[in-house]
Design a protein around this ligand. Structure first.
Ligand SMILES: [Zn+2]
Ligand SMILES: [Zn+2]
Length: 359
């Protein structure tokens, strides 16, 4: 009797597995449909609430890393989205973080190293096509940003013709194609210059130290008494501490030389002399986590968020060696950021961090 019951149960399980196997495509499709409906229906940045929000839409560097897009930082205030640098893959990361490229009010470039601009064409296209934009993507930067804009506009000109012919002017208005450049003068050393001031959001640019890139800046974003600062690329510089004074959050680039030297030695052993040379050269125009912590301490910020991480960290426990002794140099929190992280700063200064990646 018991053997008979077990036999029946086994047969039923086998049948169930068989049905699932036969139906697996339709089950997968219905799960897909539910996921897509939930994602498209989900309120996104409007859900973030009051205060100033710092979003990490690309925490990688030029070194290949599938889990981190190229450099990208965003600030959200009053339901408005501002993006700082657009590395490769960053517009996709913005999208899956619930920060629609169509909603980008303005982009600010820290400098024109390729890894900071190579996602710009894709972002401009999504800004236009996904949002039926009436005006181009507004991109601010030091002198030279016009060349960047012209180059991308030319590169995408043929594609724009296809899209308008296919979807019509209501879906992709001709006036919304491409990038409009807003160049500003490099601020004087040790000074911050207001480059954007509208409806309560104020953005200041300040010069950083990234020679031979002479026109490199960082930005300070202010809203309702709260502030975040993004360094762009720099070596350790009092210019950052000064510009970030008493800010809530400092988002700093970081390079860990102990790890880049391991990479460099491995490259040498494998006759990849170019890579070895580059690993050597980049040390002199970036900050170490320890130096970033020192700048954060000097600036008296609440928290330090490390991004533009060099080298990539394929395993989570590598954040320890990456940080080294940085925590000794700063009294506040230090975070090694991941793509999808959002730090929210409430009007009273309370800070919370969470990850928002949806896929
Ligand atoms: Zn860079
Ligand atoms: Zn750079």
């Amino acid at each position: 009797m018991i053997r008979w019951v077990w036999g029946l149960i086994a047969a039923s399980l086998l049948m169930a597995v068989g049905v699932i196997f036969v139906q697996r495509s339709s089950i997968a499709l219905s799960l897909y449909q539910r996921g897509v409906e939930r994602n498209l229906a989900q309120p996104s940045m409007d859900d973030l609430g009051e205060g100033l929000h710092a979003a990490f839409c690309g925490t990688g560097s030029p070194i290949a890393d599938r889990r981190r897009a190229g450099p990208c930082f965003a600030a959200i205030a009053d339901g408005r989205l501002f993006v700082f640098d657009v590395g490769e893959g960053a517009q996709e990361t913005l999208g899956i973080m619930g920060l629609p490229p169509a909603r980008v009010e303005a982009v600010f470039l820290t400098h024109f190293h390729s890894d900071h601009i190579d996602g710009l064409g894709a972002l401009a296209l999504q800004h236009w096509a996904a949002g039926a934009a009436q005006a181009p993507l507004q991109v601010y930067g030091t002198t030279g940003v016009e060349r960047i804009a012209n180059g991308f506009n030319e590169a995408y000109a043929i594609d724009s013709g296809y899209r308008m012919a296919h979807h019509g002017n209501d879906v992709v208005p001709p006036s919304g194609f491409g990038i409009a450049a807003h160049p500003f003068e490099l601020p004087a050393p040790d000074e911050s210059a207001v480059v954007y001031d509208r409806d309560g959001v104020r953005i200041l640019a300040f010069r950083v130290s990234h020679a031979p890139v002479s026109e490199a800046v960082g930005y300070r974003i202010e809203y309702q008494g709260r502030s975040v600062v993004v360094t762009g690329d720099t070596k350790k510089c009092a210019c950052v501490s000064r510009a970030a004074e008493n800010a809530d959050l400092l988002a700093s680039e970081a390079l860990q030389p102990t790890m880049t030297r391991i990479l460099g030695r491995a490259a040498t052993q494998n006759n990849q002399t170019n890579i070895a040379q580059i690993m050597h050269d980049i040390e002199d125009y970036h900050v170490t986590p320890r130096q970033a912590a020192e700048m954060a301490q000097d600036a008296n910020v609440q928290a330090l968020a490390l991004t533009h991480l060099i080298p990539p960290m394929p395993l989570p426990f590598l954040t320890g060696p990456f940080l080294g002794d940085a925590r000794e140099a700063f009294n506040g929190d230090i975070w090694v950021m991941r793509d999808g992280d959002i730090v929210s700063i409430a009007p009273d200064g309370t800070m919370t961090r969470r990850n928002t990646l949806r896929f």
